[in-house]
Structures are given as C-alpha cells and as structure tokens.
Design a protein around this ligand. Structure first.
Ligand SMILES: C[S@@+](CC[C@H](N)C(=O)[O-])C[C@H]1O[C@@H](n2cnc3c(N)ncnc32)[C@H](O)[C@@H]1O
Length: 345
C-alpha cells in the first residue's frame, strides 16, 4: 500500500510516540523514586548537586532529567540547572493531586506485569499473577512498602478535586461505610463537607496501616472508626450509606458478586449503596478509560463495565440501580438500593 506523503510523517510519529511510552514511564519513575522534585522546590539545581544529594551517578542522572526537559516536566537554564515546570510540580510529594506515588507505582509492579500482557491475551491468565506468582492484593499484604505506595497512589487521586460523592444528598443519613477505603481519603473528603456524618473505614489490615495518621491530619479522626477484615467474608453493619470506590473493577464478575452480596446483607432497609466506578460507553471509550480497563486486566483480572453490565451485576446481588451521574472528581457514580425482589441464588 502506498501511504499519502503528507500523512506519512505525522501518522508514523503518532505511532512511534505510543510505542516509545515505556521510556518516559521509567524516566519519571527514577525521578520520582529519587525524590528529585521535592529537592527543586527551593530553586534550580544542576545534576552534579542533585546526584551528590541523592547518591547517584551524575552523568546518568543528567541524561534522565534532560529527557524530562524535552517533555516539559523540568526546565533547564543556561547554567545547566534543572527546575520544576508546572507539570513537574505534580511530582512533588506534598501538593494536592500529587502524582509522585503514581509515578513510583507505575514504574514498579504494573511495569513488570505489563511485560506479561501477551501471556494474558494468549491464555486469559492475569499478567500480574504470571509475573509474581500471586494475586496483586496478596502481594500487597506481604509487601508493606509496595502497599503504602499503592494506597498513596489511590489517595492522591481523591480529595484534591473536592467531595468525591458530590451529587449525592445525605439528608438524614448518619453513617457512611467505605468498603475497601484504603487510607480513608474518600471518607476524609466527604466528612469534611458533612460535619453531621460519621464514617466507618473498612479494608484489609495492610491497606489501613497509614489510615489513622491520614484521618487525623485530615481532621476527621474523631468521627471515624477503622475496621479491618475481608469484604469477601463480611461487610460491617451499622451504616445507612455504603460506598465502594474503585473496588469492584478489581474483580471478575463472580468475585464482584460475592462483594456485592455481602454489601446487600449489610445495607439496611432504606439504606443506599454507592459505587464510584467508570461507566464505559457501549462502543469505543476515551483513552484513559480504555487504559484503566487494561490495568485491571493486567493487575487483578478485573474489568471496567458498561451501565448495562453494572445494572445486571447489581440486580444479581439484590440491588436495583436507581441513577448514575458524573462529578468533576473522576469516576462515575452509581446509586443502588436494596431490591425487595431479592437476588438470584
Ligand atoms: C483500587 S483500590 C481503591 C481504594 C479506594 N477505595 C479508592 O477509591 O481510592 C481497591 C481497594 O480494595 C481493597 N481490598 C482488596 N481486597 C479486599 C478485601 N478482601 N476486603 C476489603 N477490601 C479489599 C484494597 O486494599 C484497596 O484499598
């Protein structure tokens, strides 16, 4: 086939950039892992100074940082000193919406797991399990540092943009139970907006290790109870609003059903279950959502779902999907109530 000349260069470049993505994932990983952005807060520094401060090879560090200059993450002045651009600011640790933990996380377990995607496509097996010999959450339970980075990644994408449950009216409700709530970032953001609410944070023990400090620093510790256990066994009772944010997409349907049925047992009459998840369009989907689905496929064996699929799953677990909406904080929201007709066996 003869490609039209005027298209060739730009279209080939577009594909070239996609294929090369792995390079910048690792350049950003190195920069985040070494904590470079935090060291540039006071002003620009050259690579020799930075290398001395973090104990690495000056020339190699220079070349990695220069690659980030070409992508607008760092600046380079006439004295060969690197500085932070507005993009690079998000590599700092203590900024709202920080992507520092995400950059580290992306360069570690997902990077290795994505190297096994061909195996997943050939066999249907989860890439992470093929690479690590165990499930992702089992791995996190055994690796506290990886678990902390994962939970910081999750927490980093909640709260910076406001109340993640914006659009839900709490009215006379008293207690919000966050199932699989990690550090408690969602609870903290909601409870800050609703002084009358109390919260129950529920997750596996390894996930909530930093939660007490996080909730304390968010000013809501006195209104939050932390409980640990597996939602595959039981979901705590005592709430009138339950939320699972980005939990069900980690699991294939049969496992997600177990979680939903345990929620069904816990949600009282008149109670509500909120899901904070992407709702996929029926046809093609935006890049961020398509990639999220790939992450689930590679890391946990889960999947993103369409509204029809969410409705069917909720129905099988004894919930009726009432409404869906989107707010500016990211994933979509789904509101479900116990269905008197019950669930299928
Ligand atoms: C993708 S993270 C989402 C965290 C948080 N809800 C958010 O939106 O940022 C999935 C969460 O499910 C939790 N989880 C995994 N297995 C669980 C289990 N058996 N019981 C309760 N939570 C579990 C993980 O520890 C993790 O905090």
């Amino acid at each position: 086939m003869q490609l039209a000349d005027r298209d060739t260069e730009a279209t080939r470049e577009a594909l070239f950039r996609l294929v090369s993505g792995y390079r910048m994932t690792q350049a950003l990983y190195v920069t985040a892992k070494l904590g470079i952005a935090d060291r540039l807060v006071g002003g620009p520094k050259d690579a020799d100074t930075l290398a001395r401060e973090v104990g690495v090879h000056p020339d190699r560090l220079f070349r990695v940082l220069r690659s980030l200059v070409s992508h607008g993450v760092l600046s380079l002045d006439g004295q060969q000193r690197f500085g932070l651009t507005p993009v690079g600011e998000y590599l700092r640790t203590e900024v709202p919406g920080s992507l520092h933990a995400f950059a580290i996380f992306s360069g570690e377990e997902p990077y290795r797991a994505f190297g096994e995607i061909l195996h997943t496509v050939r066999t249907g097996e989860t890439a992470f399990e093929h690479a690590y010999g165990m499930g992702h959450f089992e791995y996190l339970a055994q690796h506290p540092e990886a678990s902390a980075v994962f939970q910081r990644t999750m927490a980093g994408s909640i709260g910076a943009l406001g109340n993640p449950l914006e659009g839900f009216e709490f009215h006379d409700r008293h207690t919000l139970v966050d199932v699989g709530g990690g550090h408690g970032a969602l609870l903290a953001a909601v409870l800050r907006d609703h002084r009358e609410l109390r919260g129950i944070l529920f997750d596996v023990p390894s996930a909530v290790r930093e939660a007490p400090v996080f909730l304390e620093s968010s000013g809501v510790r006195d209104r939050c109870e932390i409980r640990t256990g597996s939602a595959f066994e039981v979901v705590p009772s005592g709430g009138d609003v339950y939320v699972m944010s980005r939990v069900l997409h980690d699991w294939p349907d049969e496992k997600a059903l177990v979680l939903l049925r345990n929620c069904r047992k816990a949600v009282p009459d008149g109670g509500v279950l909120l899901l904070r998840e992407a709702i996929l369009a029926e046809g093609s989907v935006p890049p961020a959502r398509a990639q999220l689905d790939l992450i689930m496929m590679a890391m946990t064996g889960g999947r993103e779902r369409t509204e029809r699929e969410w409705g069917a799953l909720l129905g099988r677990a004894g919930f009726a999907l009432q409404r869906t909406w989107t707010n500016r904080t990211g994933p979509d929201l789904l509101e479900a109530i116990p269905d008197r007709a019950g669930s299928d066996p």
